[in-house]
Design a protein. Structure first.
Length: 373
């Protein structure tokens, strides 16, 4: 039994450390890569169709709900991205880290685990190209885009091309001249370009238009009562407006505008107002990169549980107080629980911000078993 306890503690510490390192990667600035692929449900799942699964790219605010074919694609993604899969109807909740954004993937999804399918792996990496501009010609098999450099670029459309406006899937027949689009394409044979993803940014239809999508990623210069100014490269200062629909997160926890400070790094996405103003749909706060708090982990036997903390007896530091706040996620065997569900004698592994050598503010706590069993 003692051997099993030690193995659990070491495994939990390694797992939490790995998650910590990865979080710093995926909450960085957006990139230029494309993530595309298809979801297939693992054998044994009651619902064998991927329809209704929401796929999101961690730290970016990008998300889409897939259809029965399970296909998805996102443009402007950095290396080391994390995909998040959720479907509330049957409790699907899983994450998958990607080492590269250069090749399509097939993801096998179960209730709580997402893995790259080894026997249905997609084609080798191919060069990706980003094209942004206005459609000047459209057919069932191609579009011509007048890009920001003044060039007319012909892009082939196939049955594998994903076409979206916001979270809505479109078809080639929906593409019309005058639409502003972002196209992620691959260089095919004979120097032709084939679209992997077409994102409609602006469409003058009968329902009006909410404005094209715009991002501003950089360092917070100032914070006001309903907006913040973000210094970006290469556009300089961008005013990011906030309203009642704006979602603001820091390390997975919902915060208010007042929780953002000058010097914090942020990723913002929302509706473009002009070249230097946007109305934010989502803001991800990375904290002050120049003064990031030190990380700390503690694993051992729970000695006591209070109203907002627990004390863990570790083998190297002795007793460590693990503080809990609204942003702390506590899990037992993959299921989220409350602090009151943790009992003395349980084994717990916590990670978060170091307060002092014997105190940490937990971001995540993994609970396992009980010393009494």
């Amino acid at each position: 039994m003692r051997t099993l306890k030690v193995v659990f503690i070491l495994a939990a510490v390694v797992l939490l450390a790995a998650c910590r390192g990865h979080r710093e990667t995926v909450t960085g600035d957006y990139g230029t890569g494309v993530v595309s692929g298809q979801i297939v449900m693992a054998s044994g799942m009651a619902n064998a169709s991927p329809a209704g699964v929401r796929v999101a790219v961690g730290g970016t605010g990008m998300s889409a709900v897939v259809g029965a074919d399970g296909r998805f694609a996102f443009a402007g993604v950095g290396e080391g991205a994390e995909l998040i899969f959720e479907r509330r109807s049957d409790g699907v909740s899983a994450r998958l880290s990607l080492a590269s954004t250069s090749a399509p993937v097939v993801v096998e999804l179960s209730q709580s685990v997402a893995t790259l399918s080894s026997h249905r792996r997609a084609s080798p990496p191919v060069p990706q190209e980003q094209i942004e501009g206005t459609i000047t010609a459209a057919s069932a098999t191609s579009i011509t885009v007048h890009d920001s450099h003044g060039n007319d670029v012909v892009v082939q459309i196939t049955d594998k091309t994903l076409i979206r406006k916001g979270g809505t899937a479109l078809t080639a027949a929906d593409l019309r001249t005058g639409m502003r689009v972002h196209v992620a394409a691959i260089d095919s044979a004979n120097n032709t370009k084939t679209a992997v993803l077409v994102i409609v940014q602006d469409e003058n239809d009968d329902h009006g238009n909410a404005g094209q999508i715009m991002t501003a990623n950089g360092t917070v210069k100032s914070v006001g009562s309903d907006s913040l100014v973000v210094t970006t490269v290469p556009k300089g200062d961008i005013t990011v407006k906030v309203d009642g629909n704006t979602i603001i997160r820091k390390q997975g926890a919902i915060i208010t505008l007042a929780g953002i400070k000058a010097g914090d790094g942020v990723n913002t996405m929302g509706q473009r107002i002009d070249d230097h103003t946007l109305l934010a749909r989502q803001i991800e706060v990375r904290g002050n990169d120049r003064n990031e708090p030190e990380e700390m982990a503690a694993a051992g036997t729970v000695k006591s549980v209070g109203s907002d903390n627990l004390v863990v007896t570790t083998h190297d530091k002795g007793d460590v107080t693990v503080k809990v706040d609204a942003g702390t996620v506590i899990r037992r065997d993959g299921t989220t629980i409350h602090l009151a569900d943790v009992k003395p004698g349980d084994f717990a592994a916590a990670e978060g911000q170091k307060v002092d050598d014997h105190t940490l503010l937990a971001r995540a706590i993994e609970v396992h078993g009980s010393g009494h069993h």
